[in-house]
Write a protein that binds this ligand. Sequence first.
Ligand SMILES: N[C@@H](CCC(=O)N[C@@H](CS)C(=O)NCC(=O)O)C(=O)O
Length: 209
Amino acid sequence: MRLYSYWRSTTSIRVRAALNLKGLAYEIQPVDLVAGAQRGTEYAAVNPGHGVPALVLDDGSVLTQSLAILDYLDEAHPEPPLLPDGAVARARARAAAHQIALDIHPVNNLKVINRLKSMGHSPDETVDWMAHWMTEGFAAFQRLIRPDTPFSFGEIPGLADLCLVAQVYNARRWELDLAPFARLVEIDARCQQVEAIARAMPDRQPDAP
Ligand SMILES: N[C@@H](CCC(=O)N[C@@H](CS)C(=O)NCC(=O)O)C(=O)O
């Protein structure tokens, strides 16, 4: 498989971690988001949505949207599972993941920040913007997960944890105050002890500077 990916992209981190957890082989095809490669004709042919990641399967099928890719990976390669047992628990795990993937990430995406800057907002204002949505989203996430498990929903890392580790990385990048989110910091630290997740983090990517 080939994964179109950018080292620091949180959506790419999620998918890299899932591929690693499931022991799947893949090669990385870097897409330089800062250089605008996601908007070039070559990548637009892969993903008309102009975002990473995109996963090309061995038969040439192209999958886009990180959550759809994660669903595919969990269906095609069920072990280890990304979701807990039981319909209610699964809905709750998905809801926590969506809190980050659908409520924090879209409003803090590079293209949104660039748009805010082009409308006259200063870099400091855009950092405030991102911090606002991360703080609100992390507060909700912390209340949505289980209070008593090593990972967000159980004994092994799952969908919500993969979204979390990526967003915590991004939060640290922008120097967000994580003091109110001790449970999230603790889960992130536990996830970083899992080699499959640690190997998915930005600094270990071939396109990291
Ligand atoms: N909803 C999409 C979002 C994909 C996306 O936009 N990813 C970001 C990187 S985290 C990106 O490529 N941004 C490029 C841009 O904003 O121009 C997904 O989950 O895959």
